[in-house]
Design a protein around this ligand. Structure first.
Ligand code: ZN
Length: 150
């Protein structure tokens, strides 16, 4: 799933769990739980799995995430609460590790990538939605998460 979806789950976790370390760990675990929900990206044709398309998707993701954070900043969410920051970082970490794996295929990143793929593909191997409905589905989740946060 997009970081734009993962980050708000980390914010919610940080709102409820004020211990920053615990918020980080639970945020990290929630990344894998969220990724297990089929969301269309395993149906992407392999011809689009190249640095240019992945880079463009990541850029789009970062820009959207930036706007979501700005929106939350101007609502009365305290984005600088330590547990919210660490919850968000924990929730995004698996995809950041994946990014490192794409750039530098070290042993550690390879291992983390295998764990990521295991959870990500556990259900979507059998039950997957198409790419466009998957995007719409993720946007709906994002809107719901924003409502929960604010
Ligand atoms: Zn992921």
């Amino acid at each position: 799933m997009f970081l734009t979806v993962h980050a708000p789950t980390g914010i919610i976790i940080g709102q409820y769990i004020s211990n920053p370390i615990l918020a980080f760990i639970i945020g990290f675990i929630f990344h894998y739980i969220l990724d297990m929900i089929p969301h269309g990206d395993t149906k992407v044709d392999s011809k689009y799995k190249n640095p240019i398309h992945i880079g463009t998707a990541a850029l789009f993701d970062f820009i959207l995430l930036f706007f979501v954070l700005i929106l939350l900043f101007f609502s009365n969410v305290n984005l600088f609460k330590p547990s919210i920051i660490t919850g968000m970082l924990g929730a995004m970490l698996p995809d950041i590790l994946q990014g490192f794996y794409y750039i530098y295929r070290g042993k550690f990143f390879k291992k983390m990538q295998n764990i990521h793929n295991f959870f990500h593909d556990s259900i979507s191997k059998k039950y997957e939605m198409n790419f466009v409905p998957g995007i719409i589905f993720q946007l709906i989740i994002l809107i719901i998460l924003i409502f929960i946060i604010t």
